[in-house]
Design a protein around this ligand. Structure first.
Ligand code: NYM
Length: 212
């Protein structure tokens, strides 16, 4: 089952409210794919390891205050600084499992009242995901899951607005996953869906650009 030329990895994004289970599911998915012989790596946004990521982290911890548009653009820049690395990994046959992407950027910033088209603009031209999985959980249920960690945005009323923004953003291609089930049930469903996409991408589906 060798990778022929033109064979690439799949770009898979997991989205959802805070505490929907994305982070554990992303890690499990990478492990599952690796075990099945499909090389996979985990990316997450914000990536707090870069200089821009540290500015974002300090904002989320309320150690710094930033204008709503400023932080929005930093989140976007944090994705742009990973774009070429992501592209080369994909072209080398590695599937990328990405914990949050541009959709989080738009959902959280537009929940603050920023115009949705303004929010989308800086992310136009990033790599378009082959698959978006939305881990669906009600804001109330999510808030009961061991409580929020105290970061900015982790409040029930705000999460309700984020859920509405996600509803506006999503299109028919998104796979909506019922995240109210056991970790294992969710994991199994996600793995089966993603395997299909990984195979399609290996068969030569081309990479495209987001929102262009
Ligand atoms: N977030 C994340 C944004 O507001 N905009 C973005 O572009 C991204 C990627 O950061 N509450 C928010 C969503 C989360 C917070 O994410 C930190 P995480 O997945 O908890 O590290």
């Amino acid at each position: 089952d060798n990778c022929k030329s033109g064979c690439r990895g799949a770009l898979v994004v997991l989205e959802g409210l805070d505490r929907c289970g994305k982070t554990s599911q992303s890690a499990r998915l990478v492990k599952n794919l690796d075990e099945l012989g499909y090389p996979a790596e985990l990316f997450r946004f914000p990536d707090r390891n870069t200089v821009i990521g540290q500015m974002i982290s300090s904002y989320l911890n309320s150690d710094s205050q930033l204008d709503d548009r400023t932080i929005h653009l930093l989140f976007s820049a944090n994705r742009w600084e990973k774009r070429s690395l992501m592209e080369s990994k994909l072209r080398n046959g590695i599937t990328l499992i990405v914990d949050r992407y541009a959709y989080s950027g738009v959902a959280f910033s537009s929940a603050k009242g920023l115009d949705i088209e303004w929010c989308k603009a800086p992310d136009m031209g990033l790599l378009a995901p082959d698959l978006v999985l939305y881990l669906d959980i009600s804001p109330e249920k999510a808030s009961e899951r061991g409580g929020y960690g105290g970061e900015r945005y982790e409040q029930l009323e705000f999460q309700k607005k984020v859920a509405k923004s996600y509803e506006i953003l999503r299109d028919a291609s998104w796979k909506i996953i019922d995240a109210n089930r056991t970790v294992e049930d969710v994991q199994e469903q996600i793995r089966d869906i993603v395997l299909d996409y990984v195979k399609t991408c290996r068969n030569g589906k081309s990479l495209s650009q987001l929102w262009l």
